[in-house]
Design a protein around this ligand. Structure first.
Ligand code: HPA
Length: 278
C-alpha cells in the first residue's frame, strides 16, 4: 500500500466482501474496545475476518476481535466491525479510515461509531453513555487527517464541510431510545488524542478548560471519512473511567474492558432502538 489509498484498493476490498454476501447492508457499525459482543446479536450473519480483505487494517489490541459481521439486526441490514484499527498501532490515518471508504463503496448510508472513553466531565461516571454532539479533532489540527493526500472525488469534495458531524435525527432517536430504556444519556464533546499513553492530569485539566467532556483515541478519523463521503453518523461513547484529573487515580486497559461489559446492555438498547426508528 502506498501512503494514500487508491480507488482500486477500495474497489478490490469491497468486491471481496460483496462476493461473500447476498444482503445489501445499509448501516455500518464500528464497535470499540470491549464492545464487540453486540455483533453476536446479528442474525443470519456472514463473518469475514479482516485478514481476508486486502488492505483492511487488522486490529492488534485486546478487546478487538478483528472481523466483519454482516447480517440483520432489528430488521436492518447491517455491516458490523468487531474491532477497529487505531493510529497508535502504527496505522496511518488513511488506513484507519479505509474501512469507512469500503462501506461507502458498498453503498452504506449510515455509520454508527462507538468507543470507550474517559470522563473529563465530572458529572459522568463509568458505565454511563454519552451521545457525541460534536468532536475536537486534535490530530487533524496537527496535520494528521485521513483526507490528506489526493482527493477521491467520487466520494466527496476536496474541502468538505463537517459543520454537522453528527446527525441530529440519529441523536434524537438515541435520546428516545435511552428514555424508553429508563436510563440517562449524557451529551457532549469527544476529543480524539493519539494515545497510547493515557493523559497526564495537566493534559486533562487543559481538555476540561477547552470544553471536552470525554477523551479517547478513536472515532474522529472514521467520522471525518464518513462525512466526507456523505454518510449520516451517530457517535456513542461509553464511559469506562473517570479521567485522572487530580493525579490520584490510575487508568488501565483492563479497567476499560471491564467497564465495557457493564455498559454494553445500555449501548445495545440504544443502538437497537435507533435501528428500529430508521
Ligand atoms: N483516555 C483516553 N482514552 C481512553 C480513556 C482515557 O481515560 N478511557 C478509555 N479510552
Amino acid at each position: 500500500m502506498s501512503e494514500f489509498i487508491s480507488a482500486e484498493e477500495i474497489e478490490q476490498a469491497a468486491g471481496i466482501i460483496q462476493q461473500e454476501i447476498s444482503q445489501k447492508p445499509r448501516v455500518g457499525m464500528i464497535l470499540g474496545s470491549g464492545l464487540g459482543s453486540l455483533a453476536e446479536e446479528v442474525e443470519n450473519a456472514v463473518i469475514i475476518p479482516y485478514g481476508d480483505i486486502p488492505t483492511w487494517p487488522v486490529s492488534t489490541v485486546e478487546g478487538h476481535q478483528g472481523r466483519l459481521v454482516i447480517g440483520s439486526l432489528e430488521n436492518q441490514e447491517v455491516l458490523v466491525m468487531q474491532g477497529r484499527a487505531h493510529y497508535y498501532e502504527g496505522y496511518s490515518m488513511t488506513q484507519v479510515g479505509f474501512p469507512v471508504r469500503v462501506m461507502q463503496q458498498l453503498g452504506l448510508e449510515i455509520l454508527i461509531v462507538t468507543n470507550a472513553a474517559g470522563a473529563v466531565n465530572p458529572d459522568f461516571k463509568p458505565g454511563d453513555v454519552m451521545l457525541i454532539t460534536d468532536h475536537l479533532n486534535f490530530l487533524g489540527m496537527a496535520g494528521e487527517s485521513p483526507l490528506r493526500g489526493p482527493n477521491l472525488d467520487q466520494f466527496g469534495p476536496r474541502f468538505p464541510d463537517i459543520g454537522i458531524a453528527y446527525d441530529r435525527e440519529l441523536g434524537e432517536f438515541s435520546r428516545q431510545s435511552a428514555e424508553d430504556g429508563g436510563f440517562p444519556l449524557h451529551e457532549g464533546i469527544y476529543v480524539c488524542l493519539a494515545g497510547p499513553s493515557f493523559e497526564t492530569p495537566a493534559d486533562l485539566r487543559f481538555l476540561q478548560l477547552i470544553g471536552v467532556d470525554a477523551v479517547g483515541m478513536s472515532t474522529v478519523p472514521e467520522v471525518t471519512v464518513a462525512r466526507h463521503g456523505g454518510m449520516r453518523t451517530l457517535g456513542l461513547s461509553t464511559i469506562s473511567n473517570k479521567a485522572n484529573l487530580d493525579g490520584k487515580t490510575t487508568t488501565s486497559h483492563e479497567e476499560v474492558l471491564a467497564a465495557g461489559k457493564i455498559v454494553l446492555p445500555r449501548l445495545i438498547h440504544i443502538i437497537k432502538g435507533v435501528l428500529r426508528r430508521l
